[in-house]
Design a protein around this ligand. Structure first.
Ligand code: ADP
Ligand code: MG
Length: 497
């Protein structure tokens, strides 16, 4: 546990920032929450709209079991209370892109109750700085469609494809105290959702977006009045919106003004929040239980299946990597931070055909340095890595059995990236094998010593540091192919003997 140290200096001294996030996460499911229409992203406008989504008279909503299942599994993954009895409520509000005239949501009896997410504030050593962020609830609700406004001529269009798609609204407690904590929370939540498979976490496509509640206070004071900045769609923007909004509130308060509880919009181009409307209270929406829907009652078999279907989650995996496989805290943290990376890594371990405890460390080092480096340069994700886990396993095996030195393995990897060929094929065709041929190495050492007689004398006179120079020269003469351990041993003999 670390205590919050983030403060913003105002004219009247330091201020503390209080943050609570409401994250809307689109549930991964083929069909919408109350209709059979498809949910795929990017379809032609209004091609995924059933009569229910268009709110034709007489149409009735039917809950999609898979959406409920995904929300329950998500709740279980954050150790939350699952409510066996929950209910859908109507939230009455005119959304121009939700034809019903109300949104079906859950206010009084949400599907999932209190839980928690542990965040880490130190990438190098994830255990060193952790904090637990409380979750208030997760409820399930319908998304709205999309409006597009055209200037020439002045027209508005509505696309109902997204209308009725299932969302989980994941409401945190006001437990975060800095933009960094909010960023860490969003990344961790996103990781958990992706492991569980209940949301793809794609913020660019809008499948995960955050309403950012911010207030400021003097240390030890009561919570201040908050504002809510709606629909912020990247981690970076959330962090920027918090900082900007906190500063704005401090300026207002220090000038003797008051914060009004309101809904604001974040403008990434100007990096500022703007007032949108004064905040409605729950009673303004005239919530009431939706008479078209029966309460949801979950039975034991359903709950047991949800529980059993959960995968190993990021924290558990990270602990196992560290404690069971001896992987460094940092590598275990970055490999488990995203489910795709963890899967790739585990496919790599499996492909080596060796006990995990034996190969995990070199494999983790290779992945976090060589592969991540290459993907970074190429601007690619691990899911479209140009080398497969099987190809990587072979490369690592060639290092383990001494065929390749570290230097040679980097060369071979570069060629793999360019050509897509396998490591063994490259080694064979280009003669990149490492050699331990003592005769050949000794011959090169003799030449290096002849050419550098002055340095040999200096070394023998006590300048030990020059040893590295001789290693470098010999490796160069051997075109990087000499086994470094053998070079070291033979050089010691030649120089010291
Ligand atoms: P509402 O139902 O009006 O949206 P909630 O009580 O459900 O209000 O809170 C919504 C979000 O606002 C939650 O994420 C909560 O953590 C956060 N929140 C509540 N009070 C504050 C505050 N004073 N400062 C910052 N965030 C807050
Ligand atoms: Mg709210």
């Amino acid at each position: 546990m670390t205590e919050a140290t983030y403060v913003i200096e105002g004219a009247t001294g330091p201020w503390e920032v209080v943050i609570g996030l409401e994250v809307h996460a689109q549930v991964t499911s083929n069909a919408k929450l109350f209709s059979g229409a498809a949910t795929a992203f990017g379809a032609e406008p209004n091609t995924q709209v059933s009569l229910v989504d268009a709110a034709m008279p007489g149409m009735l909503p039917v809950p999609n079991k898979e959406c409920i299942r995904q929300a329950v599994r998500t709740g279980m993954a954050i150790g939350a209370k699952i409510n066996r009895w929950s209910q859908f409520d109507r939230k009455n509000y005119f959304y121009a892109d939700l034809p019903q005239g109300y949104q079906i949501s859950q206010l009084y009896h949400p599907l999932v109750g209190e839980g928690a997410i542990e965040i880490s504030l130190d990438d190098k050593d994830p255990e060193a700085a952790t904090k637990t962020i409380g979750i208030e609830r997760i409820h399930v609700e319908q998304d709205a469609g999309k409006l597009m406004h055209d200037q020439h001529p002045t027209r508005s269009y509505v696309d109902l494809n997204r209308s009725g798609v299932a969302l989980m609204e994941i409401v945190s407690k006001p437990d975060m105290r800095s933009p960094a904590e909010a960023g860490a929370y969003l990344r961790k939540l996103r990781a958990i959702l992706r492991y569980v498979g209940s949301c793809d976490g794609n913020m660019e496509q809008g499948s995960m977006r955050a309403d950012v509640n911010v207030s400021v206070r003097k240390a030890g004071a009561e919570f201040g009045t908050r504002t809510e900045t709606k629909n912020v769609n990247s981690v970076r923007f959330v962090m920027a919106a918090i900082e900007g909004e906190a500063r704005r509130q401090i300026d207002v308060l220090e000038a003797g003004g008051k914060i009004v509880q309101e809904t604001r919009l974040y403008d990434p181009d100007r990096n500022e929040t703007r007032s949108m409307r004064s905040k409605e209270d729950a009673h303004d929406y005239r919530y009431f239980p939706d008479p078209d829907l029966l309460p949801l009652e979950l039975d034991d078999a359903f709950l047991a299946e949800c529980e059993e279907s959960l995968p190993e989650l990021p924290d558990a995996k990270r602990h196992r990597y560290e404690q069971g496989l001896g992987i460094s805290a940092y590598s275990a943290g970055v490999i488990t931070a995203d489910v795709e990376t963890a899967r790739w890594f585990e496919a790599l371990l499996a492909a080596t055909g060796k006990p995990e405890t034996e190969v995990a460390k070199p494999a983790a080092n290779w992945l976090t340095s060589e592969l991540f480096g290459a993907l970074n340069r190429l601007g690619k994700d691990i899911s479209d890595s140009p080398v497969s886990p099987q190809q990587a396993a072979e490369l690592i095996a060639l290092v383990a059995d001494g065929t390749l030195s570290g230097t040679l393995s980097k060369q071979v990897f570069e060629i793999m990236l360019e050509t897509g060929e396998d490591a063994s094929q490259i080694v064979e065709e280009r003669g990149l094998k490492q050699t331990s041929d003592t005769g050949a190495i000794e011959a090169e050492i003799a030449k290096v010593m002849d050419a550098n007689a002055d340095k040999v004398a200096e070394y023998r006179g006590g300048k030990d540091k020059l040893f590295g120079f001789f290693v470098g020269q010999t490796m160069k003469a051997m075109a990087g192919k000499a086994n470094p351990a053998v070079v070291n041993e033979l050089l010691r003999k030649a120089l010291d003997g």
